[in-house]
Design a protein around this ligand. Structure first.
Ligand code: ADP
Ligand code: MG
Length: 262
């Protein structure tokens, strides 16, 4: 049986320049994988491509999710299938409260849609009472203050609060595979611990997670079973948690040297 998410020989170009150069990766629900790579190695390119960002052109290869090749599907279609991306740099939406934003997101995901992606959203929309209950439950799980829900999305949020907002979205949308793109970037150690504990609360046999990071330290909190190293658009090494520690100790130069045999 093949994995829930299968990435095969993925080549991706941005503005005509090839960034991913034949990437292979398989992730199952219930598994935690980490991808570590130096700056510019293509980590965010992979994350954005998985979610269907239009600037990232798949020139070769396939992405299979739950038995379907999703290359060509829109981001909202991918979300409805059960994919989720926590952004490295979340956007601010002044004037829209976190609660309203999350309700719109949940409704968009649950709504009935025709092939054009438009549809009768009323049919699948979540009743207000049920939504409030779900939001309360998830915010409690992530140890978030109730006042968070009425603040405008990411407006004036600290780095840690922005990343908690991403994890709250993940909790509300209940994906099957979640990609966390440098969720640790810009966080101090306390914020990192709080955000990681939030992610750990959501781990279950029904959720697969891909933690993308430059640094090993987030992996002290969110513990992966599989670690992959991305260099220059390809996964060049895979292993267990010890690989992350070795990398922390020896640095990315060690990987590059090991590859060229210098
Ligand atoms: P990482 O997340 O590992 O630091 P990225 O995937 O963001 O790396 O970037 C890999 C390369 O692709 C870089 O050289 C970067 O300049 C380029 N790149 C990524 N996204 C874009 C974009 N939207 N427009 C132009 N160049 C991009
Ligand atoms: Mg990045």
């Amino acid at each position: 049986m093949s994995a829930d998410l299968v990435i095969k020989n993925l080549h991706v170009s941005v503005e005509g320049q090839e960034i991913l150069k034949g990437l292979d990766l398989e992730i199952n629900k219930g598994e935690v994988h980490a991808i570590m790579g130096p700056n510019g190695s293509g980590k965010s390119t992979l994350a954005n491509t998985l979610m269907g960002h239009p600037a990232y052109e798949v020139t070769e290869g396939e992405i299979w999710f739950k038995g379907q090749n999703i290359v060509g599907l829109s981001p909202d279609q991918r979300s409805r299938l059960g994919l989720f991306l926590a952004f490295q740099y979340p956007s601010t939406i002044p004037g829209v409260s976190a609660a309203n934003f999350l309700r719109a997101a949940v409704n968009a995901q649950r709504g009935q849609h025709d092939a054009s992606g438009n549809g009768d959203r009323k049919k699948g929309s979540i009743p207000m009472r049920e939504f409030r209950q779900l939001l309360k439950e998830k915010m409690a799980l992530l140890k978030m203050e109730p006042s968070f829900a009425s603040r405008y999305v990411n407006d004036g949020f600290s780095g840690g609060e922005k990343k908690r907002m991403e994890i709250l979205q993940m909790a509300m949308l209940q994906p099957e595979i979640a990609v966390l793109d440098e969720t640790d970037s810009g966080l101090d150690i306390d914020a990192l611990r709080i955000v990681s504990e939030g992610v750990n609360q959501l781990l279950s046999p029904e959720l697969g997670v891909l933690v993308i990071t430059h640094y090993q330290r987030i992996l002290d909190y969110i513990k992966p079973e599989y670690v992959h190293i991305l260099v220059n658009g390809r996964i060049v090494m895979s292993g267990g948690p010890d690989l992350a520690l070795k990398l922390e100790e020896k640095g990315y130069e060690w990987v590059k040297e090991a590859l060229t045999g210098d």
